[in-house]
Design a protein around this ligand. Structure first.
Ligand code: DON
Length: 311
């Protein structure tokens, strides 16, 4: 098996030299300012050793990776409430698709497409205290990463709020169907602020460790989710974490993972590693182009795959 430290730096060097890096998201104007030249990679192995390369400590907008932490928080509070509102089926549609929601009576296919994430965020949002939802998600990621400096980037949140008309349409449509129950404005504001949380690959990889270790955070020994729930969250990441490219990601990488349009991906090799990668250029489906390629290289070289019984 490849030496992890050598592999991580080799993959980063290869990715840093790649001429075709994908297009940085520009539908959120603030994200368009980020250079496509960044590349960061952190792998935390089962012994807790951190292997890092490139821009491993540069913070970026985690965007849809936040949907994972919002889901963990909502499931820990009331799993039945989550599954009453949201399905567990891959959508085969774009992350911000509207058409499927109407065809299916306002019930989102899964918690990782925007509609499903908005419904989950509504469960965390209190109309009396609009900061409560994002506060809960921040508390979770700060404690998992062991870093209280993790925060929302206000400029990114504002930029998305000013342009997030599709998300507003999704939230209003679900309100009409009783899937969003609280104030649409409070739900959207929480969602835009959770997406604007800024984290580095190192912080993200640390925050993902419990998913690689049966729900227990190896850094603190704390139980974050039960083993069964952890398996299920990983199943959702594998089947839905990359939207209409989830099948392709499973085919190429074979690991549960959640992507964001900031170019970050958190991937889990169960029992083996928590991996965070960042490269802001995206595929047409809105997933990091080189982030996916880097994970493909890493998983292949290490033999890491949920479909590999010997891994
Ligand atoms: O709602 C949006 O459009 C963004 N805040 C998040 C979308 C996203 O990250 C999709 N992921 N690849």
């Amino acid at each position: 098996m490849a030496d992890l430290a050598t592999l991580v730096s080799g993959i980063a060097a290869e990715m840093q030299a790649m001429p075709h890096r994908g297009a940085v998201a520009d539908y959120i104007p603030e994200l368009a300012k980020v250079s496509a030249d960044h590349f960061g990679l952190v792998v935390i192995d089962a012994d807790g050793q951190e292997h890092s390369a490139g821009d491993a400590d540069t913070r970026f907008s985690i965007q849809s990776v936040s949907k994972l932490f919002a889901l963990v928080e909502a499931l820990n509070r009331d799993p039945d409430a989550v599954w009453r509102r949201v399905g567990r089926e891959p959508s085969g549609s774009a992350f911000n698709s509207i058409v499927q929601l109407e065809a299916e009576g306002g019930r989102p296919r899964n918690p990782f497409i925007n509609a499903g994430a908005l419904a989950v965020t509504d469960l965390l949002t209190s109309d009396d205290d609009p900061r409560a939802g994002v506060g809960a998600i921040l508390r979770l990621v700060r404690s998992l990463a062991g870093d209280d400096s993790i925060a929302t980037d206000g400029a990114v949140a504002y930029s998305e709020a000013a342009t997030g008309h599709r998300n507003a349409a999704l939230a209003h449509f679900m309100k009409a169907h009783g899937v969003v129950r609280g104030s649409v404005e409070a739900c959207l504001s929480t969602y835009f602020h959770q997406c604007a949380i800024a984290m580095s690959c190192r912080q993200l990889a640390r925050a993902g460790r419990f998913l690689a270790h049966g729900g227990i955070d190896p850094a603190s020994g704390r139980t974050i989710t039960s083993p069964e729930r952890t398996r299920r969250i990983n199943a959702l990441m594998l089947t839905c974490g990359h939207y209409d490219a989830s099948g392709e990601f499973a085919f190429r990488v074979g690991l549960p993972a959640k992507s964001g349009v900031g170019g970050g991906i958190l991937a889990i090799a169960p029992g083996r590693a928590s991996i965070a990668v960042w490269s802001p250029g995206l595929s047409p489906q809105g997933n990091s182009l080189l982030g996916t390629l880097a994970l493909e290289r890493l998983a292949h070289a290490m033999g890491w795959s949920v479909f590999n019984p010997d891994a």
